[in-house]
Design a protein around this ligand. Structure first.
Ligand code: PLP
Ligand code: COI
Length: 341
């Protein structure tokens, strides 16, 4: 199969339309058989639930070309399970896990020409999502839904790739204590648009959100969880009911313990502790692990000892091991790698 003529090494994190996407519609209490389509356009009623009340949830995962030339995806079963949790929280029908994984396989196979070659630094980002399609004007769940999955080749989420970024402590809250922070609902991202634009206008790459109840604990950023490393090489990551349970974070905790022999603490992390850490990174499918060099709290700067030039040594080891597993250079734990072809 001939690859598309794309400058893989210089891709940013943007949308490039590919050839095929998967669509299945839900009506009268059941999903139709679904399948691939060339049509990248969605036509829905002006009063559709998603347009009026943001009834939509989504996922994000990636396909990789391995060193030996296979195309694989990373733990798609966990994305299917999280989409189920998200759908239930917004009173939407669940798209079955086996069908989700089959759709991933179909979409990636049909767009194999867009899967970035091994060694380019780019990957294929897959975006599954689910939204209410029929008219609703009173506040209630839709009766009809569409599940869709497209893919797009991407480069690094943050410009500069592995260069440390600077983030600021946000004045806005991302999620309420008993709200929707733990699910991947579009509404969580809509509310972050103003906060991220404010951060950018003030010269920062991202926001650090604190817990809404006390504003003393570290939560996450708009699109990634935090990982910290202590001066004695312990990995510390925030535990909270209002952050997204990142699949990358869960995988990195395992990698840290089982592959690197590091101690890991998943616990509440107070903002006051941040100044004492040696390294900081943001982890997620899009972010992979992006190092943070500086955290600014209303003019007060916390400069991570790892500096602004490169990743700290522990974050680098985590990054190398995780990407090594994803690209087939390092033996993966049972069930983590789903071979597409
Ligand atoms: N936190 C938020 C708010 C996100 O949007 C994401 C991205 O999916 C993550 C964390 C990382 O999650 P994952 O590692 O499953 O991609
Ligand atoms: C992902 O990492 O898959 C996400 O959905 C994050 C998003 C902000 C791009």
């Amino acid at each position: 199969m001939e690859k598309k003529n794309i400058d893989w090494a210089n891709l940013g994190f943007g949308y490039i339309q590919t050839d095929k996407r998967y669509v299945s519609n839900y009506k009268n209490g059941a999903w139709d058989e679904g399948g691939l389509t060339d049509d990248a356009t969605v036509v829905i009623n002006e009063c559709a639930g998603v347009l009026q009340y943001a009834q939509t949830v989504f996922e994000g995962l990636k396909a990789y070309t391995t060193e030996d030339g296979h195309i694989v995806t990373f733990r798609p079963d966990l994305n299917a399970e999280r989409l189920e949790q998200s759908a239930k929280r917004l009173e939407m029908p669940v798209f079955p896990k086996e069908r989700f994984i089959d759709a991933v396989t179909q979409v990636v196979k049909a767009n194999a020409a867009y899967v970035p070659p091994y060694g380019t630094g780019a990957t294929l980002y897959i975006r599954p999502y689910l939204f209410g399609t029929n008219p609703v004007i009173g506040v209630k769940p839709a009766d009809e839904y569409q599940f869709r999955m497209f893919c797009t080749p991407v480069g690094p989420y943050f410009k500069g790739g592995a260069k440390p970024i600077t983030i600021c402590v946000s004045d806005f809250d991302r999620a309420a204590p008993h709200g929707t922070g733990h699910i991947k609902a579009g509404l969580n991202y809509a509310m972050s648009m103003h906060a991220i634009m404010e951060a950018h206008r003030n010269g920062f790459d991202e926001n650090m959100y604190l817990d809404a109840a006390t504003r003393t604990k570290v939560e996450e950023t708009g699109g990634a969880n935090f990982l910290f490393v202590t001066k004695d090489n312990k990995v510390v990551t925030p535990r909270s009911n209002s952050i997204l349970p990142s699949i990358t974070r869960r995988s990195l905790i395992y990698v840290a313990r089982e592959y690197l022999g590091l101690e890991v603490e998943e616990r509440e992390v107070f903002f006051d502790e941040v100044k004492d850490f040696a390294e900081c990174g943001l982890c997620g499918t899009a972010a992979v692990i992006s190092p943070v060099g500086k955290i600014v709290d209303h003019g007060k700067e916390i400069c991570m000892p790892s500096g602004m030039e490169k990743m700290g040594p522990v974050i680098q080891k985590l990054y190398d091991t995780l990407t090594g597993i994803q690209m087939g250079r390092i033996q993966a734990p049972e069930g983590w790698i789903h071979v597409v072809e």
